[in-house]
Design a protein around this ligand. Sequence first.
Ligand code: UDP
Ligand code: MG
Length: 309
Amino acid sequence: MKKLISILIPVFNEEGNVPAITEAIRTVFENIHFDYEIVFVNDGSADNSLAIIKEIAITQNNIFYISFSRNFGKDNALLAGFKYCKGDAIITIDADMQHPPEMIPGMLQLWEEGNDVVYTYRSDRNQHASNFNQFTSRMFYKVINNLSDVDLEDGIADYRLLDKSVVGVFNNLHEDRPFFRGLIKWVGFQQKGIPYMPKPRVTGETKYSAKALVRLALQGITSFSVKPLTIAIYLGLTFSLLSTLYIPYVLISLYKGYAISGWTSIIVTIAFFGGLQLMILGILGIYLGKLFMQSKQRPHFIIKETNLY
Ligand code: UDP
Ligand code: MG
């Protein structure tokens, strides 16, 4: 019997790309000895994406969709797909054709050779991204790797193959906001990375703004380590030591009788320590917020309609 491969595609306002990627994947599987299904997860698109997917699903019986009640984010879309894909392996791929579908046969071969995770990374800095995006993405990995306990490779993409045993692990996760780029490394298993050259988006625009990237970076750090909390201790310690240097100055000024001139330095010190304390409170707040969200045990996504059951 042929093995079944699930192609999992998160879709958020991709009406122009859905037919193209469906067709590209069909072409790829024409020449290899695997069965496949496509599971589209419509992450609250406001355009015609869902209608187009439904149309395709009528004519092909291996096309499935899950449609969320609103936008829940790409990671939650992937999580939903993991729960419902039936394949022996799952390949997650973006709808916008930036991840070349031609790489699928190579990924499948590596899987058959015994790799449980085949992930991809950009071989080249994304030449199509703006300088600002390149810079933010480089900073993103630098900061995450320095501040957390998992090592992420620069330029790692959400284009990857997962054996169903690995998918099983994700289906038993109870994290409030799963951060897949980190979790994939964290699960272990036998992993293999292959480089790829990203293509420009076929249609539409990227859904990730600079603001969203900063949010993603903060989430990546605070989901994977408590190091920032220890940073708070070191920062506090350093500045208390530094401030003791200030004492002789205060005493001498008092002795010489021009103590009133210290106004500027007092204001500077208050402002500085005020800022420092706020920053550390902010770090504590993020972790507290995570506990709060986690304690509510809300579902990761809400399915409005699907043709899966
Ligand atoms: N996506 C999603 N939900 C979101 C944002 C994005 O499902 O809230 C999907 C999007 O439709 C695409 C993939 O995630 O298939 C990657 O998004 P995009 O191409 O905008 O990201 P980039 O390639 O710029 O990192
Ligand atoms: Mg893209």
